[in-house]
Design a protein around this ligand. Sequence first.
Ligand code: G3P
Ligand code: MG
Length: 246
Amino acid sequence: MTTPWPYPRWIAHRGAGKLAPENTLAAFRLGAQYGYRMFECDAKLSRDGIPFLLHDSTLERTTDGTGTAGEFDFAELARRDAGSWHGRAWAGEPLPTLESVARYCLANHFFLNIEIKPTPGQELETGRVVAAQAAQLWAGAKVPPLLSSFRPESLAGAREAAPHVPRALLLDSLWEGCIEQARQLGCVALVCKYTLWDAALVARTHGLGMRALSYTVNDAAAADALLALGTDGLITDRVDLFSPAA
Ligand code: G3P
Ligand code: MG
């Protein structure tokens, strides 16, 4: 039996998909304007151990900086412009700390899916620190954030630091033993690349008491098929296409 699921069905990928600079508070605000109440974001550690939002290991694609983000203290990362790459309207948008995003979500009663996206080599530590901070920030909140990761070591670190904060295993393929791994890590959900789902996998996942979520669903026919399969959540870039009330 699956346990009650407190999260909305629709989740805005990296804040507002591609409509705003990903993983910034500006993106969250735009996603919220489209009616979204749950957001996915990517979190990693600065050199001095501060969890902050960034998808890539390096700064080049989405900031005006260069190099491996995790090799800078957060005070240096805070000076980077994470908006201009997307357009002049977003110039000066900072890299947010996980703490600032948590405060935004808590104040607005929004839900958060924190993808633990470690700098390579920091899998266990990133899982530990992100989960510990999430537990602290959401202490006393009705619904905790959902922690997810492609990296089992990160989920193991998260479980060690904050066993009560729910975890999900991200899968871009059905690698040998992945479902057993999710079970061993006490995951409440599998978050699969959406093309992996079929009726048998949904039944197996639900039969094991886990929820079935998908990323990144940007196509209406694919979304209809996933909902018809009985899956539980869809992460999308297309906040402008899908109404989160559906
Ligand atoms: O968490 C789902 C999705 O964000 C995983 O892929 O590369 O967009 O972080 P990616
Ligand atoms: Mg992600």
